[in-house]
Design a protein around this ligand. Structure first.
Ligand code: MG
Ligand code: MG
Length: 287
């Protein structure tokens, strides 16, 4: 691991170690998907996730105890953007969306990934929010190339969201990842192409657009963890750990449910026109 300023560059072997952590998260999401149903509590999901992660030799949930966080995963429901504390008292209901954010450290190397799951049948607005946030992640990942700049990533997220009524939660950012869950640089979801830290081969970044169906303003609840949209509107969060290789970006947390079609159940029946009307977009509905 080489240091470039405050940024640690990883060797191919170190990137492979991070990919092992990333694969555990992708496998966990595949296991969680059928469990995310009306009636399940976020505490039950957290318990399952912790046991699943620890069942892999040398792996621990990296968020547990990080800055004092009590859960193994963050489970953020509806207006909760990030850092929702899992609880047996928080039962998911039909029509909810829940963002599950997971960090795994295995033999000293971390990966960080988040996925927003629909619970049962969700509204057209919620479906569109998930779809656009997911598209923003995919496009942001493709912008993470050696020779580019961190600002390229935020610029792409902005472009994805520009023609929608959705907002970028700009006060929350992605980050470098490696030995620690949070390393330099910060990876904003807004930016200007060609600005910011140069991107180099060997960098590993957690790229994580967070969008809201209403305001971009956020508030932290009195529990001092849970971040919610200030107007109570829905929020979605998708995140990959990405290594910048000479040949291009390499997703270390992909596979499993990430390979499934983006469109969520129930959306096709509503139709693209109604979706577009619901969120006022002029963008093409991605397939
Ligand atoms: Mg995360
Ligand atoms: Mg992260």
């Amino acid at each position: 691991m080489k240091r470039k300023g405050s940024i640690f560059l990883k060797s191919p072997r170190e990137i492979r170690a991070m990919a092992r952590s990333g694969a555990i998260i992708a496998d966990l999401f595949r296991e969680l998907k059928p469990m995310v149903r009306p009636g399940v509590s976020t505490g039950e999901l957290d318990r399952f996730a912790e046991d699943f992660i620890r069942s892999h030799s040398g792996a621990v949930p990296a968020f547990k105890g990080l800055y004092g966080f009590p859960g193994s995963v963050c489970a953020s429901v509806n207006a909760q953007v990030v850092h929702g504390i899992p609880s047996r008292g928080t039962r998911l209901r039909d029509g909810d969306i829940v963002s599950i954010d997971v960090g795994v450290r295995r033999r000293g190397w971390c990966a960080d990934s988040a996925f927003t799951f629909p619970v049962g049948e969700i509204s057209a607005t919620a479906a569109r929010l998930l779809e656009v946030t997911r598209m923003a992640l995919d496009m942001a990942v493709s912008a993470a190339r050696a020779g580019g700049h961190v600002g390229d990533i935020g610029a792409v997220v902005e472009r994805c969201v520009r023609d929608t009524r959705l907002s970028i939660v700009r006060d929350l950012v992605g980050h470098g990842v490696g030995r620690s869950i949070h390393e330099d640089p910060q990876v904003a979801n807004v930016g200007r192409r060609g600005s910011g830290e140069p991107l180099r081969a060997g960098m590993a970044l957690a790229i994580e657009p967070m969008l809201s169906a209403g305001t971009d303003a956020i508030v932290t609840l009195p529990d001092r963890w849970t971040v919610v949209t200030a107007d109570g509107s829905l929020s979605a969060h998708f995140e990959h750990t990405v290594a910048i290789a000479a040949a291009g970006p390499e997703i270390l947390t992909g596979g499993g449910i990430w390979d499934e079609p983006v469109a969520v159940e129930g959306v096709a029946r509503r139709g693209a026109a109604e979706l577009a009307e619901a969120v006022g977009t002029t963008a093409t509905v991605p397939q």
